[in-house]
Design a protein around this ligand. Structure first.
Ligand SMILES: *Cc1c(COP(=O)(O)O)cnc(C)c1O
Length: 431
């Protein structure tokens, strides 16, 4: 009988992260100092990140050992399950096989814990007493709150104002795990106070919240800053998703023809995809890898590939990436985790080199797929993850026409249990 749930034993959990940097066809362009526009030295990043993470950000080692203390926390929910979407396949009447890797089993409900645990651990090792961060929809803030709680680090979260009021339960999670949360723009930073004065009614943006969190970290002793996506070390920590998925598909004697992930800053996409990109670069396999973004924040499909700032106040290093511009304010869509003006430099490079495709979808067609998925597979997907579902369904429908038996793998990056308002709005036809 064909399996529905493909699980790995705890002792089969990968013990290394895969670093794609040395395998890239051309090297990544270096981050630039925002003032001098010169390439950044590692030392310049030390006020905001611990040394070990800076090392990983620029590492040329192909594999990096996952510390035992990190594996110990990962074991709470990893290895995560891989599902064969039998019920969805049946309803679609497709000849394709659809598999999804489910990252919603982590305590905070998304893939973000894979990096928050690692980042908090390295900070603890180097004596950090307090970490600041920003959060959009709240998934990153809650993942980091949990991680800081494990390693006895204080956590201060600048939460984009519109989400602070629209998603109160995400804030509750952060409070339960011991973090302090303020709406951004806030009166706790100079930049926040300036924005509040100039635009008292702003709903806030990730770019503004990042500026506040960085300013706070630089201004306080023993305080560092943590980012939940975009950077190389974040993408690195997510590669455990793809490595596990490959072992699971091997149990099924299959290899994906198509690998799909939704793309905000690119970390879960890199997480599921880089393991397979590695095979493409080695020439052993040639799967299609597809990034899916909202058509209202189309950085890969419509943005420019150039140097840009990561935040609104121009305080962060400049990164070479696909960007809509650092002052761009995307509309307040329900997939808040995909509302970022830029993209990971790794993902951007792969897209520019033709190694990764990108597509975009409107909210309405994304929710249609989300509801179809919930009614077949049972799991209620996060609006972000539902972008990947939409694309997987469309690829499966193409196979139905041609009769091809392709294997499709997508990453289900999180559950949507805190996104009920978004689903309600969809049913009221307000999406
Ligand atoms: C944050 C988030 C995303 C988008 O971030 P990436 O870095 O692009 O992965 C996607 N899905 C969920 C569930 C998220 O919480």
């Amino acid at each position: 009988m064909e399996k529905t749930k493909i699980i790995l034993d705890e002792n089969e959990m990968p013990k290394k992260w895969y670093n794609v940097l040395p395998d890239l066809p051309t090297p990544l362009e270096p981050p630039l100092d925002p003032r001098t526009k010169e390439p950044l030295t590692p030392e310049a990043l030390e006020p905001i990140f611990p040394k070990e993470l800076i090392k990983q950000e620029m590492s040329d080692k192909r594999y990096i050992d996952i510390p035992e203390e990190v594996l110990e926390v990962y074991r709470l929910w990893r290895p995560s399950p891989l599902y064969r979407a039998h019920m969805l396949e049946k309803v679609l009447k497709t000849s394709a096989k659809i598999y999804y890797k489910y990252e919603g089993v982590s305590p905070s409900g998304s893939h973000k814990s894979n990096t928050s645990i690692a980042q908090a651990y390295y900070n603890m090792k180097e004596g950090t007493e307090r970490i600041t961060t920003e959060t959009g929809a709240g998934q990153w803030g809650s993942a980091l709150s949990l991680a800081c709680n494990y390693y006895d680090i204080e956590c201060k979260v600048y939460m984009v104002r519109s989400s602070f009021y629209q998603k109160p339960y995400r804030k509750s999670l952060m409070n339960i795990w011991g973090a302090t949360v303020v709406p951004s723009p806030s009166s706790d930073t100079e930049f926040g106070r300036r924005i509040l004065k100039e635009q008292p009614d702003t709903p806030g943006t990730l770019g503004i919240a990042i500026s506040e969190a960085v300013e706070d970290a630089v201004a306080h002793d023993n305080t560092k800053y943590a980012l939940g996506s975009v950077l190389n070390h974040v993408v690195l920590h997510q590669t455990i998703i793809g490595t596990e998925s490959k072992k699971q598909l091997e149990q099924e004697d299959t290899y994906p023809d198509i690998v799909i992930g939704c793309c905000g800053g690119g970390s879960n996409l890199g997480g599921i995809g880089l393991e397979y990109i590695k095979d493409k670069l080695e020439g052993t396999y040639d799967p299609r890898v597809i990034a899916v973004e909202p058509s209202s924040c189309p950085s890969l499909t419509k943005g420019e590939f150039r140097y840009d700032y990561g935040d609104t106040a121009e305080m962060t290093p400049m990164l070479k990436m696909y960007t809509l511009g650092h002052t761009h304010v995307p509309p307040a869509i329900h997939a808040g985790g995909l509302r970022y003006h830029g993209d990971s430099p790794i993902i951007s490079k792969l897209h520019a080199e033709g190694l990764m495709e990108a597509v975009s979808y409107d909210q309405k067609e994304v929710f249609e797929a989300a509801v179809q998925f919930a009614r077949t597979e049972g799991i209620i997907p996060a609006p972000e993850s539902s972008h990947a579902i939409r694309c997987a369904v469309d690829e499966a429908l193409k196979c139905k026409k041609t009769g091809e038996e392709k294997t499709i793998l997508f990453n289900l990056s999180g559950h949507g249990h805190f996104d009920m308002t978004a689903y309600d709005k969809y049913f009221e036809e307000m999406v």
